[in-house]
Ligand binder design. Sequence first.
Ligand SMILES: NS(=O)(=O)N=C1NCCCN1
Ligand SMILES: [Zn+2]
Length: 261
Amino acid sequence: AACSRKNRNAALHPLWQSPLTIPGGTRQSPINIQWRDSVYDPFLKPLKISYDPTTCLHIWNNGYSFLVEFDDSTDRSIIVGGPLENQYRLKQFHFHWGAINDWGSEHTVDSKFYPAELHLVHWNAVEYPTFEEAVMEGNGLAVIGVFLKLGARHEGLQTLVDALPAVKHKDTVIEFDVFDPSCLLPSCPDYWTYAGSLTTPPLTESVTWIIKKKPIEVDEDQLEAFRMLLFTSDGEEEKRMVDNFRPLQPLMDRTVRSSFQ
Ligand SMILES: NS(=O)(=O)N=C1NCCCN1
Ligand SMILES: [Zn+2]
């Protein structure tokens, strides 16, 4: 239904029943990254990633996406460096994708959508005791975003794709006990970074985004495997899990920095 201007803030995103705009929000995500407006920052360090594949726990369909969750009770899977002042612990990764290949990513680059986007979610366990507390703090989270483009089959992703039929319905889970998510990262070290928010509830403005410049390639069958998941629980009328991305948010008073010239 069309939203008139006056109650635009009351508009809810059909998928998450969450506000399209956070009242007073000044650093919401996702955003369009205008390449020529990003500013090279020579002081940005290389991002250092060290994941222990045995910290992988399970895959579950939470009704928005499918999440691969990790044991974040120790510092065995962490990232450090880049724009970050502390080290951050890996908690989970998940994806956003479209019904067709023309869209699906949350961030865009020069207004171009990719068919899907991977988010690796980390929290600042140096300064905060739990993920739930870190979610409420401006420097609480760091999310690495990786674009997926249509191309060659991705062998590392395939082990994940093979497990998806077991989590077809909302609130289903399958054990997944060894996986190294660094196989899902492009080899190129280049990234953009900016201060933003979670793109699904609680939408808090607690995320240092690190968006990789280069996409990874996946093939059509692998994208189709994402699209056969369901938003709905077993026994309900089936709704395919597609278009689970939040609309673009205003940049406001922010600069996107690049680690490359
Ligand atoms: N798409 S996102 O920004 O990663 N949003 C998240 N919300 C809940 C906690 C994990 N991540
Ligand atoms: Zn996400």
